[in-house]
Design a protein around this ligand. Sequence first.
Ligand code: SF4
Length: 507
Amino acid sequence: MANHQQPKTSNQQPGTHSVAPSRRLPLPVFHPDFMAEAHTAAANQALHDALDNSVTKKDAGRKQTLTDLPDADGLRQWAGEIKRHTLEHLDYYLELLEQNVIRHGGKVHFALDNAQANALVVDIARRSGAKLIIKSKSMVSEEMELNQALAEAQLEVLETDLGEFILQVDHDHPTHLVMPVIHKRAAEIGQLFARYFQTAYTDQPQALAELARVYLRRRFDEADLGVSGVNFAVAETGSVVICTNEGNGRMCTTRPRVHVAIMGMEKVIPALEDLPVFLKLLARSATGQALTQYTSIITGPRRPAEADGPREFHLIIMDNGRSRILAGEYRDTLRCIRCGACLNACPVYRKVGGRSYGSVYPGPIGALLVPLFNGLEAHAHLPEASSLCGACLEACPVQIDIPRMLIQLRQDLVRKRIGPPAARIIFGFWARALRHGWSYRLGQVLQRRILRLLAGRDGWVRNLPGAVRGWTQIRDFPAPPPKGFRRLYREYRRGRTPGTGGRKDEG
Ligand code: SF4
C-alpha cells in the first residue's frame, strides 16, 4: 500500500463533519459499450490487483465452506426447486405476502417501474416529515437510482453500509453485487476520506472504517426514515429477511420512526421452513461464511409492548420488467438471490471488473439481466461477454443455467438482426460455407493460403488485419503447414508415405 501522508487540513474531529454526502452531484453515466469499457479495464493493473485480491479469495472460500454441508449439491437443487415453484405461483405468493404484512400492521405498495417505486419512497418520506433518510445496502435501490430521486426531491439520504458510503462520498457506482467497492484500493479510499472528513491520511482499513463508524453513529440518531432491501420475503408470515455483515442494517430498520423495505417481486419465498435452505447457501456462496453476521427477520412495525422498532413499516414490491421476464423463456434468471458467486467464478469478470457491464448488475448474471431489463439492442455485446466455460453454473447456489441462456440471447441477436452488419455478412457466408463439403474444403484452402501469406519469416502469424485482428491482439500462432490433414490422409490411404512438406497448398 502507498505510504504517502496528506496534511491534516483542519482540527475538526472525525464524526463531527456536518455535510451528508447526498448524491446531489450526478453519478457518472454507465457506458453501454461493453467492448470499449472492457478494453480500458483489461489494461488497468490496479483493478486486476484489487479483483485478484478479493474475488479469488471469496471464490475459494465458497468452495471450502460448501464442503461443510453434507450434500451441498442436493441443497442447491432444493433451493432451485423452491424458487422454480414460487415463480410458477408468484401471483399466489405475492398476495399471501401482502395479506400477512397487512395483518401484522404493515403497508404494502406495488410499483410497476423505477419511477413509481421512487415516487412511493418520496411520498412516504414527505408524509412522515422525514429530514434524514438512512439506507442499508440494497441492489434494488441501486436499480431504481433511489438516491438520485431522493436528492432531486430535496431529501437528504445517507448510505450506511461502509462500501456504499464510500461510493456515495465518491459519487460512484457499485461494481459487485456483494462487495460494491471492490474496484477501489485502500490508498484511494484513504485520500477520499482525508478530503471528506478533513483528517490525516491513512490507508489502514481499520482506521478508515472507524472514521466512517464514528460519523455514521451520530447520523443514525438523527434519522427519521430507514430504507432497506430485502433478501427474502416470507409469504406465510409476512416477514422480510435482511442478511448483512455490518450492524447498519439493524440500525436502519429499527431506529428511525419509519422503515421502508424495497424488494423485486421475485424475492418472495413460500414459508419460514424454506428460509434455512437459502440462508445456508447465501453467505457461503457470497463470502465463504457459514452465515452472515446479522440475519434480521422483521415482521411488521413495532407492537405496543415492544421496546424498539419503527412506528410504520412499508413494503414496496417492484416489478420493473420482471413480469415480462417471468412470462418469457428467461424466467430462470428470476431465481437469482444476488449472492455474487457467479461474478467471483467468472474469468471475464475477473479480467474486466463490474463497470464494463453498463449497469449495477455485473458479471454473468448481469450479462443476462441487463439486456433483459434494458433491451438487447442497447447491450448487444453482453451475451458475448462470456467464455461459456460453465463456472457460473457450477457456482450458482440456485443452479441458474447462465451459459444456456447466454447462448439463447446470442440466438436472439441473430434472429432480431441486432449487431454490426459486417459481422452478420461474415457469419452468414461462414454458415453457408459450412453447409456443403465443397465450400468447406475451398474455405480451408483459402484460409491456409492467406495465413501462410500473412506469416512472418519465422513462420508465425502475429498481426491479422481488419475485423479479425482481435485474434492476434494477445496471441500469435504458427502458420498452417502446406498440406492439411485431408491431403495427408488421402496420401496415407493411397499407400504413400505421409509427409508435411510439399509445394502445393491443399486442404
Ligand atoms: S446467478 Fe446465481 S451465482 Fe449469480 S448472483 Fe444470482 S444466485 Fe448468485
